[in-house]
Design a protein around this ligand. Sequence first.
Ligand SMILES: Nc1ncnc2c1ncn2[C@@H]1O[C@H](COP(=O)(O)OP(=O)(O)O)[C@@H](O)[C@H]1O
Ligand SMILES: [Mg+2]
Length: 236
Amino acid sequence: MKIAVCGKGGSGKSTVVTLLANQARAGGYRVLVVYSDESNSGLFRMLGFDHPPVPLMELVGGKKSLKQRMAQPSVLAENRILLEDISPQHLVEKDGLRLVSIGKILQSLEGCACPMGVLSREFLKKLVLKADELAIVDMEAGVEHFGRGVETSVDSVLIVVEPPLESVEVAQKIHDLASGIGVKNVWAIINKVPSEETATKLQAELKKRHIDVVGHIHFDADVFSSSLEGKIPEMG
Ligand SMILES: Nc1ncnc2c1ncn2[C@@H]1O[C@H](COP(=O)(O)OP(=O)(O)O)[C@@H](O)[C@H]1O
Ligand SMILES: [Mg+2]
């Protein structure tokens, strides 16, 4: 299964990706986390790695030449990519958890992020997973990536929603876009809820918009303060 974790900036996508990855690994899955958000690079620390993998973007010679170089010999030129095919330089692995990173904009003049979207989409499309393998994609914030078709290559979209209504509106857009392009499962998870009452209200708001809610996560002061160190504590 390939799950894209989407939502408004700061809603908790990377936190949810980390919790989900740890949970799935504990449940016996081989987990690949795909980092597809070029704006924030701390996910490797949250997942417990000492250093990030070399972005796949470097295999295609940087952003400017993406189109011409995608066909050059490398794992990305294959039609099917298995986890084993990705070199240790581009895939860091620890205790059954793997991380690959699509790439970041390193120079301010490089323009828009479209090539990252194209590379995410192509990589996810070609990635072949076995029954006990799960890919979890930490998507960039908002809905722009839908225009680049990144979600056409995933079977599930998990939308992280936090209390401000604005976040529910973004969730609605993501839900409609994902359903519109035929993503099989579109779910929401409510994050940072201060009370059961807020969770119930948010759940009702989402239900009104025909969005299935799979659960909620309380606001946790330890999670928040650990983020200062770029880490995430163990959660029950
Ligand atoms: N359940 C939670 N309780 C408390 N703080 C949270 C929770 N989930 C996320 N946060 C905090 O919110 C901030 C944004 O989370 P992050 O996962 O980086 O969001 P995103 O990836 O969507 O930008 C971080 O400081 C993080 O520690
Ligand atoms: Mg993030």
